[in-house]
Write a protein that binds this ligand. Structure first.
Ligand SMILES: Nc1ncnc2c1ncn2[C@@H]1O[C@H](COP(=O)(O)OP(=O)(O)OP(=O)(O)O)[C@@H](O)[C@H]1O
Ligand SMILES: [Mg+2]
Length: 326
């Protein structure tokens, strides 16, 4: 499938390039015969969390490595905070925080030692490095384990240490490859709040993930990729305005059906064998139409027990892209 990405106008362009955004166009990268990235356009604006979404093997990690200056594109251009990582990797690394999907922590060191070592690599003196390490260990709730060797960390604890490591230089641009994998629900909420806070502070935050429901609450914009191509870029507001599947549960399916029919709303119905309870599944053109229909049902006396989108915002787009793919 040929990718058709709407070209953003001048206003959006300046939003992405201003103060440390990312703009990448026409990126390609192969590994021998494998075309990991074929044609990717990607933008992320400062002050926003941008989700990078795509199935396994679609090229997410390859893209992030190119943005992080760790892999050279075969084709295409990249600007990270106004700098090209291919020609000026040092300048990009100075403003960048990178959290890889594999940990690669230096196992015999403690969390604190790892962070102070990385701080030294960024040229911080001992005292400043120690203060920064302590701050970050608190930030990711690893204060209690600060002096424990990292090899005994659980996967989730190691993920949090990896995030702290990515933040050591207070980067303007933060690239996170599957940061939530291995985190328990509490730690996921913490991560979400932390990333929101970092974006609100003006940072450009890019997060790749497959856990779409989680991204709904965290991301401001999303870029969908498939087989090395960008297939869609949208804001969460655009996602909310699109046609979505809704499930309407009721104590009285015949009554629900009557009112939906009267209003020319097409639906598929399911109900229990021994009672009129059940639900209808339908598609509605955005939140305003959903609100109006709910109002109509309630006014008509239909006993509605639940009325909700059948899937999350980003999941809806993801599924529609899958349906549309050959
Ligand atoms: N160093 C490499 N050598 C050879 N092939 C590679 C290399 N890195 C990636 N690939 C291939 O490129 C494609 C894209 O891989 P990539 O890791 O970017 O996908 P991904 O979207 O991050 O997947 P996942 O969701 O599983 O992390 C895959 O087919 C992968 O096998
Ligand atoms: Mg990956």
């Amino acid at each position: 499938m040929e990718s058709e990405v709407p070209s953003p106008g001048g206003v959006l362009e300046s939003k992405h390039t201003r103060g440390g955004g990312i703009v990448a166009t026409g990126l390609a990268r192969s590994f021998g015969p494998v075309k990991a990235v074929e044609n990717i356009d990607f933008r992320a604006a400062p002050g926003e969390v941008t989700a990078l979404i795509g199935p396994n093997g679609s090229g997410k990690t390859t893209l992030l490595l190119m943005l992080a200056s760790l892999l050279r594109p075969d084709r295409g251009s990249i600007s990270v905070a106004g700098v090209d990582p291919a020609t000026n990797p040092r300048a990009v690394r100075a403003v960048l925080g990178w959290m890889p999907d594999t940990l690669g922590v230096w196992e015999s060191l403690t969390g604190r030692e790892i962070l102070t070592t990385v701080a030294a690599l960024y040229g911080m003196d001992k005292k400043r490095g120690a203060v920064r390490a302590a701050e970050l260990l608190e930030l990711v709730s690893l204060g209690d384990l600060a002096d424990t060797p990292a090899r005994v960390f659980s996967r989730g604890q190691a993920q949090r240490l990896s995030l702290a490591r990515a933040l050591i230089n207070d980067p303007a641009v933060l690239l996170l490859d599957e940061p939530a994998s291995g985190l328990d629900p509490g730690a996921r909420v913490q991560l979400r709040l932390l990333l929101r806070q970092l974006a609100d502070g003006g940072k450009t935050v890019v997060i790749s993930s497959h856990v779409l429901a989680e991204l709904d609450e965290m991301a401001d914009a999303a870029v969908f990729i498939s087989k090395g191509h960008t297939v869609r870029s949208q804001t969460l507001a655009e996602a909310g305005a699109q046609t979505r599947g809704y499930t309407i549960a009721t104590l009285d399916v015949p009554a629900l059906r009557r009112v939906l029919d009267e209003n020319q709303v097409q639906a598929t119905y399911q109900h229990d064998l021994d009672s009129p309870r059940g639900n209808a599944k339908t598609r509605l053109a955005g939140e305003a139409e959903a609100a109006a229909l709910l109002n109509t049902l309630v006014a008509a006396g239909v006993p509605v027990t639940a009325f909700a989108p059948s899937s999350g915002l980003l999941e809806e787009t993801y599924l529609s892209l899958e349906e549309g793919s050959p």
